[in-house]
Write a protein that binds this ligand. Sequence first.
Ligand code: ZN
Length: 472
Amino acid sequence: MTLKLYNTLSRKKDEFTPIDAKNIRMYVCGPTVYDRPHLGNARSVVVYDVLYRLLCHLYGKDHVTYVRNITDVDDKINAAAKANGEPISALTQRIEGFFHEDMAALNCLLPNKEPHATAHIPQMVAMIEKLIAGGHAYVAEGHVLFSVSSYKNYGALSGRKLDDLIAGARVEVESYKREAGDFVLWKPAEAGDDPSSVFPSPWGAGRPGWHIECSAMSSQYLGDHFDIHGGGADLMFPHHENEIAQSCCATPHSQFANLWVHNGFLTVNGEKMSKSLGNFTTVKDLLDKGVKGEVIRLALLSAQYSKPLDWNDKLVEDAKKTLDKWYQILRRHSREGGNPQETGMPDSIGMTAYLGAICDDMNFPKAFSLMHSASPEELRMMGAVLGILQQNPEDWFKGFGADYSRELRADIKNAIDEVNSKQAEIISLIDARIAAKKSKNWAEADRIRKELLEQGIILEDKPDGTTDWRRA
Ligand SMILES: [Zn+2]
């Protein structure tokens, strides 16, 4: 099966040809840890989680290296820590914990390496020194700046013209910049900066620019030439353009990343998500409202990944209905004696068509349409590639609360006790209702059914007189 991905750099769907099929290397820009992840952040993480799962499926898990950084030094972090009145390290550790918690609730796998920017300052300093030595960067007023005019291919990724960027008629230019498009590699510390955001360098104490972080960390873990670089469309310019300029100038003749993948924007009810519009939604907001992590995941995957995705209530409802339907198929299959963990033949006609859709620039809408006509065994296998449908169907319908795994992590023992005692309570009420029906006490049976419904429990009466249940 040939994987094709839309390559922002070549502006076409490129066939993916690994540099080394035994060591596929992918770098994705990770979070700047100053605020809890919102739905736009989550879309990007989920999209690259699927790409990672797909690469593992095609080449074997041991042959894929996925690196996603943590940006834990940045102006936004300094500003947020100051606003909260807390030390930077307390803020970054807390937000990183939230990031991991929320992405785990969306069933995202951890990357193979998750390097922190603050642990790679010497590598960044070394790269900046190379750029200065090569005539691509200059020191001015305690700053080190990259000279965009020193790199003739600058603008190739985003399609912007170097001349326009140099002139920069529309942007306010700091006095220490030679040209408007020049960007910061190193900036000096300011009076009152938290010491944990200040690092020594040959140009004085300060901190690195954001762009150099990704160039230094990708080079450290993946080398100067690797397969795939991913991130949100909002990072294409200037972040990714600047990464390419830095890496290609620090290591002349290197190609940096072969394939550039960008996921589309996320809007909420047709509007840009922003705090000022009051539609800023974090993953945690939704989990707290009782939306299951897997429902959020499916909703985030429902559009073609590179296209914009509009988030609204109907999208969430549809994702829940679809998952309920698929889990119902899996539940029926396992109750009829099928093994709930059983998977289909990897080369079945359905599975081949499905993989063909996923390998065609991750055509999720087509893949979902094929899942609607799949056998139960195929369904489980198809779901594995997308990171859905891997729960026990009984847990899907009966698991307590919005996100079972999240509650388990919060307090494992309490959560299990709570689930067990709640389930025991439901079962004893169902038994009482069966007894009431047997003694023809219809009013009591109906009262119990309503009581359970108020708790969000739906009863399913079977022809053989037994009653099953599930959560609404
Ligand atoms: Zn980056």
